[in-house]
Design a protein around this ligand. Structure first.
Ligand code: IDP
Length: 149
């Protein structure tokens, strides 16, 4: 099933120059980048994006962190990209994330875990529309798809 998902390099990943590495991993896997931008998240967008964690003790810190510097927001497309990209991102706590995953390779602490990825078709749709206008997404045919699919 061809899907789209929302992935975002968080402020720690931007500061640590991991944007290129993240893009490279998803490109090499065979997924297609259909939208991307470097941006600052407003307080309001942060609170909406992480709304499901409103009651958690770490909510305030999480909002402060995600608004503390630029993030690199992306939309990726491909076969089962939502669940496959979550596997490539790794477990929430980088100490539990397996080597070979982005968090497992580059993170150490749960509140600085490098990257966000949508966890379901519903959240992918919601997060894509929160961060991108439809005209910011580009659709194009890649000839290399014949060698991936
Ligand atoms: P996910 O990012 O793997 O989907 P969620 O449970 O949705 O994980 O949590 C959202 C984000 O909140 C995490 O990526 C992490 O940055 C932060 N977070 C989760 N649990 C904790 C915690 O116990 N302390 C501090 N931050 C946390």
């Amino acid at each position: 099933m061809i899907q789209k998902t929302f992935l975002m390099v968080k402020p720690d990943g931007v500061q640590r120059s991991i944007i290129g590495e993240v893009i490279s991993r998803f490109e090499k896997k065979g997924f297609q980048l259909v939208g991307a931008k470097l941006m600052h998240i407003s307080q309001e967008l942060a609170e909406t994006h992480y709304g499901e964690h409103k009651e958690k003790p770490f909510f305030g810190e999480l909002v402060k962190f995600i608004t503390s510097g630029p993030v690199f927001a992306m939309v990726w497309e491909g076969e089962n990209v939502i669940s496959v990209s979550r596997q490539m991102v790794g477990k929430t706590n980088p100490q539990e994330a397996l080597p070979g995953t982005i968090r497992g390779d580059y993170g150490l602490i749960v509140d600085k875990n490098i990257i966000h990825g949508s966890d379901s078709p519903e959240s992918a749709e919601r997060e894509i529309s929160l961060f991108f206008e439809s005209e910011e997404l580009t659709f194009y045919k890649k000839d290399a798809d014949a060698w991936i699919y």
